[in-house]
Ligand binder design. Structure first.
Ligand code: ATP
Length: 222
């Protein structure tokens, strides 16, 4: 029998700019999204772009239970500048047993408090985008990167003339730089299973995985 793919159920609490953008994008990507805010105007603003939108106070445990939050796969807590609401809600949601809780922090201290509560992933958009900008300014061939742990990143790097015409085997990036090539992007074509004899061309893009320090070394020296 064919395996039916389960739709990811996500609740987004707090519909500021960040929460709204997460809720709308997840809906566009095919998730079931429940958007929650204590402000009815914010609820109305997203009502037509998400699966369900409701007015509720996320610091009220009974409210969250009635909404069935315990059954969601992921809860995104985006009540950013209302730090007290964010921390209280995080405690309640973790105690309800939600497997994956992602929260937005607005300061280092806020981030530490969320970490202590056991929130699974903390995003700190102002800091994170500042770090990204600094990285891309320092190495112009680094186009985009994604931190997958404090130590490892996936990055999109423009291939320089040094490697033009070389095969992946000849470039020997794993041995020379300690990085793994996940894909090669040439224009609109993405080769997601690169082979040893695939040839690299200047200006094409490599999607690579490696330790942050190895990627930095690669970007600075290739
Ligand atoms: P952004 O930068 O994403 O625009 P922000 O970090 O400045 O947002 P706020 O706009 O202050 O954060 O808050 C985000 C939303 O969270 C607001 O729409 C607010 O109404 C909502 N909110 C705050 N407290 C609660 C709560 N207890 N329950 C539900 N929603 C809440």
């Amino acid at each position: 029998m064919a395996n039916k793919k389960k739709t990811l159920q996500v609740a987004v609490i707090g519909l500021g700019r960040f929460g709204q953008s997460v809720a709308k994008t997840l809906t566009e990507l095919g998730c079931d999204v429940l958007a929650i805010d204590s402000d009815m105007k914010k609820v109305e603003a997203v009502a037509n772009t998400v699966t369900h939108a409701v007015q509720a106070d996320s610091t009220d445990e009974e409210n969250l239970k009635m909404l069935g939050l315990q059954n969601f796969d992921v809860v995104v807590l985006a009540t950013g500048s209302c730090i007290q609401a964010s921390i209280l809600s995080a405690i309640i949601i973790k105690e309800m047993g939600v497997a994956q809780v992602i929260a937005k922090a607005n300061s280092e201290l806020h981030s530490k408090a969320l970490e202590k509560i056991g929130v699974n992933k903390i995003v700190y958009p102002e800091r994170d985008s500042g770090i990204k900008l600094a990285h891309s300014l320092m190495s112009m061939n680094l186009v985009e990167y994604l931190e997958i742990s404090p130590e490892y990143q996936i990055a999109e790097v423009i291939i320089q003339s040094t490697f033009h015409g070389k095969t992946l085997k000849e470039a020997d990036l794993r041995n020379r730089y300690g990085i793994n090539v996940l894909a090669i992007r040439a224009g609109d074509t993405l080769n997601v299973s690169p082979q040893a004899d695939d040839v690299l061309h200047e200006g094409d893009m490599l999607v690579v995985l490696g330790r942050t320090k190895d990627l930095k070394n690669f970007c600075e020296n290739c």
